[in-house]
Design a protein around this ligand. Structure first.
Ligand code: NDP
Length: 329
């Protein structure tokens, strides 16, 4: 009997996106020079957006969903990978223009794959996922601007989410004093367990504020955008730095010139999807070195493969704490 592989697939018909499980044949699992037996994937905010078709992420009529996967190479025509290698895929158009990670078997382009560093299992790689790898890219961006623990307090917004929880864990391990901003004050003890020194209610940041406010933060990792990011900019110390990767509050940025012109602040974009390979490899090796794997486990929840479509709505409503890992069985 011909082998088939279970996958969560998006089909667009008459403009509407239908999401459901299918058994795919070997010819339907993608194109490329490497084939991977997928072991784990994950649920990111962007996966939620893709499944809900909230913004146009899926750009083909039929596509395997999932922006991340980790697994073992089972076939390779690439000189970079051999059978048995453990690999991770983050973004690079997965679930946008070509097949993603919600599948037992994926054929893909070797240029999209990073070899997992020793010390990170495929499950841990997906507990990190795009959100955690983006948190690492954000911390590296702050470092590139000269931010060090002695600079002062670093704010993390969207603290209970994927980017937020991993950013707190990383910054704390690196010796920074961290303040977490959350809408879930009942998670304060959890956030402090990850390494936050202080926890504030996100309402302090989410409403329109003055152009310049009392300075509070040496740096910040923001995944919310909108008024949250505008207020963070207005509260940065002189020469403060904030990284911006996300839009959990909104796509807009209702800010002004004053923090830039009078306080010399910097706003740094962070994109994980098209990050060049050397930067990805650096980020993954930093994660292996700097992320406390016990904390990673503490911030991870397991979601069964079958429950992914239902969980998509939950992540969009901010109901998933930390990172969600999915065993592909
Ligand atoms: P999560 O859903 O895991 O976390 C987002 C967090 O934001 C929530 O947990 C919540 O934290 C907070 N939040 C939710 N709604 C609001 C709101 N209305 N106002 C203020 N805060 C809110 O998502 P991820 O961590 O996976 O991703 C975060 C963002 O970053 C998303 O927009 C995502 O698309 C983006 N992203 C971008 C990447 C890139 O390459 N540029 C890569 C990865 C993510 P709390 O309950 O603690 O307040």
């Amino acid at each position: 009997m011909t082998e088939t592989y279970k996958a969560l697939v998006a089909n667009r018909q008459n403009g509407k996106l239908a999401v459901g499980f299918e058994q795919l044949s070997a010819t339907e699992i993608g194109e490329g020079d490497v084939e991977v037996a997928v072991e784990y994937s994950t649920l990111n905010y962007k996966d939620g957006l893709a499944m809900a078709d909230a913004i146009p992420i899926v750009q083909k009529d039929k596509l395997i969903l999932g922006i991340d996967m980790a697994g073992t190479v089972v076939r390779s025509e690439s000189t970079r990978f051999k059978v048995g290698d453990k690999v991770v895929l983050n973004g690079y158009g997965a679930s946008e223009t070509h097949n993603g990670g919600y599948t037992q078997r994926l054929r893909t382009n070797s240029e999209y794959l990073v070899k997992l560093p020793a010390g990170i299992s495929t499950r841990q790689a997906m507990a990190i996922g795009t959100a955690g790898y983006t948190a690492m890219l954000s911390v590296m961006r702050l470092e590139s601007m000269g931010v060090v623990p002695e600079s002062g307090v670093v704010l993390v917004t969207g603290a209970s989410g994927g980017v937020g929880t991993v950013a707190i864990s990383l910054l704390s391990a690196l010796g920074y004093r961290v303040t977490a901003s959350t809408g879930r004050m009942d998670e304060a003890a959890f956030l402090k367990g990850l390494g936050a020194n202080d926890v504030i209610n996100r309402e302090e940041l989410s409403e329109p504020g003055e152009m310049l406010q009392s300075t509070r933060w040496a740096a910040a990792v923001d995944s919310c955008g909108s008024h949250t990011l505008a207020n963070v900019l207005s509260q940065l110390h002189y020469s403060g730095v904030v990284t911006a990767c996300g839009l959990a509050q909104g796509l807009d940025l209702p800010s002004n010139m004053m923090p830039f012109a009078l306080r010399n602040v910097s706003l740094l974009g962070v994109d994980s999807v098209h990050a060049p390979m050397p930067l990805r490899e650096q980020a993954w090796s930093r994660l292996a070195k700097d992320l406390d794997m016990a904390k990673l486990e503490a911030l991870t929840v397991n979601i069964p493969f079958e429950d992914l479509p239902a969980a998509a709505g939950k992540i969009l409503q901010g109901q998933i704490r930390g990172r969600a890992v999915v065993e592909i069985v």
